[in-house]
Design a protein around this ligand. Structure first.
Ligand SMILES: [Fe+2]
Ligand SMILES: [Fe+2]
Length: 432
């Protein structure tokens, strides 16, 4: 058999091995040797093939890359029926998935919850979602969002591999996100919904980009700058593509050495962006470099002479912090709800770590500060919003306590808001 023929056989071998792995996974506890050995064999074939392996299910046919698998090996019966429960018609397995990644994908398959699924090195869903990015006629509010997601994955892979033309793709994705926001389409709902699992890098990149652009658009910035902010936000965690899956998804706290590796991602990301041959706004690298730096000089990377981060990096920091606490992480059982997440941002702004103006604009984007909203003030008292702040949503007219005094938080020396207990209702449009 020639070397090319041998390579062509690898994807098929992978799929059959995956079927065996799933059988082992169903029979034995995940940590046992049967499961680990079967997963290691799968990972080995993926590594040898060296490229993502595509598996497509069309009616009764199992298509691996371009080849139909016929007859379908019996070892695949169980996993194929699980795929149909999940409504997965197309899957892409990247070699970087590794053993831990494969086990995580199996954990998700075993849950049997239908719908598309994306994680580092793996994407699955209906054929439209994976291949074409969703059809425009779908009424589902998440369709626009899910449609962009595979493009984000392709784009990040391209950038991580230094492929030419990848910035064009990043710009395309950014413009697409902006067009959804401008058209008033509900791109934020899927982001604001509770997330029950961590889809990690791609959803995070898309969320942070959409949320940062939400802030930037309210500031009437020129389109070129919006592009750079959107692309910078999409690529802010690019340096994490160099971190092993084991550290990235480690349950429990990282040790000092692992923390050091993790904290290198802003530097690695910025270096990678600057090393690419095509020209891109330096702001994209600045955002990647500074997104964990804080206004008070804390955060990382630590500079010899501390300087305040670029405003664009501070906008992205607000969106990044929000999305991070809203997402379930391996070390954090429950994601915070919107109000708790917003309270974190308010506290960070009060401590001068996040920029209060961007937090305020972000708060308006989320619509959490309407009349009726219940707040916590920095003097520990509770307050209810009576009327929206005219210039700043974080400085409304409030009633302190129940039937207590009325206070205008825009007046100098007023208490500041440090928490949200309950969101209010948007006022009815008088023109409707
Ligand atoms: Fe980061
Ligand atoms: Fe991030």
């Amino acid at each position: 058999m020639s070397a090319t023929d041998k390579k062509r056989e690898l994807p098929k071998q992978f799929v059959i091995q995956l079927g065996k792995l799933f059988q082992a996974y169903r029979m034995y506890p995940p940590g046992t040797r049967h499961v680990q050995d079967a997963a290691a064999r799968c990972a080995e074939i993926m590594r040898e093939f060296g490229e993502p392996i595509r598996l497509t299910l069309v009616d009764e046919d199992v298509v691996v890359e371009e080849d139909v698998l016929y007859p379908v090996p019996t070892q695949l019966n169980k996993i194929l029926s699980s795929f149909s429960t999940l409504e997965w018609e197309s899957m892409k397995f990247d070699p970087k998935l590794g053993v831990a990644g494969l086990i995580e994908v199996l954990d998700h398959i075993a849950k049997g919850e239908p719908g598309s699924y994306i994680t580092v090195g793996f994407i699955a869903g209906s054929i439209q979602i994976v291949e074409e990015g969703g059809d425009g006629e779908d009424n589902n509010v998440a369709a626009g969002y899910l449609g962009i997601l595979p493009m984000v994955q392709e784009m990040m892979d391209e950038i991580a591999n230094g492929r030419r033309g990848s910035w064009m793709r990043a710009r395309e994705v950014t413009r697409l996100i902006t067009s959804h926001i401008v058209a008033g389409e509900d791109l934020f709902s899927p982001i604001l919904e509770m997330k029950d699992y961590d889809q990690y890098t791609f959803t995070h990149a898309l969320n942070v980009s959409a949320l940062s652009l939400g802030i930037a658009r309210r500031m009437d910035l020129p389109e070129k700058l919006l592009d750079s902010i959107g692309i910078g936000a999409l690529c802010h965690d690019l340096g994490k593509t160099r971190i092993s899956y084991e550290i990235l998804r480690k349950p429990g706290k990282l040790n000092d050495e692992e923390r050091e590796i993790m904290n290198r991602h802003p530097v690695d990301g910025a270096a990678h962006i600057l090393q690419m041959e095509e020209s891109i706004s330096p702001l994209v690298a600045v955002i990647a470099f500074q997104h964990h730096m804080r206004m008070d000089g804390t955060g990382y990377p630590a500079l010899k002479v501390s300087q305040p981060p670029h405003p664009a990096a501070m906008m992205v920091a607000v969106a990044d912090t929000y999305d991070a606490v809203r997402t379930v992480r391996p070390y954090q059982k429950n994601a915070m709800d919107q109000h708790a997440a917003m309270s974190i941002l308010l506290k960070e702004a009060a401590a001068n770590r996040l920029h209060p103006v961007f937090v305020s604009i972000f708060a308006r984007t989320l619509g959490l500060f309407y009349p009726g909203a219940k707040l916590v003030l920095n003097d520990g008292k509770e307050a209810t919003i009576l009327a929206e702040g005219e210039y700043d949503v974080l400085q409304p007219l409030v009633e302190i306590g129940e039937g207590g005094e009325i206070a205008d938080l825009s007046l100098p020396g007023s208490p500041t808001i440090v928490g949200v207990i309950e969101g209010g209702e948007p006022p009815a449009d008088p023109w409707e």
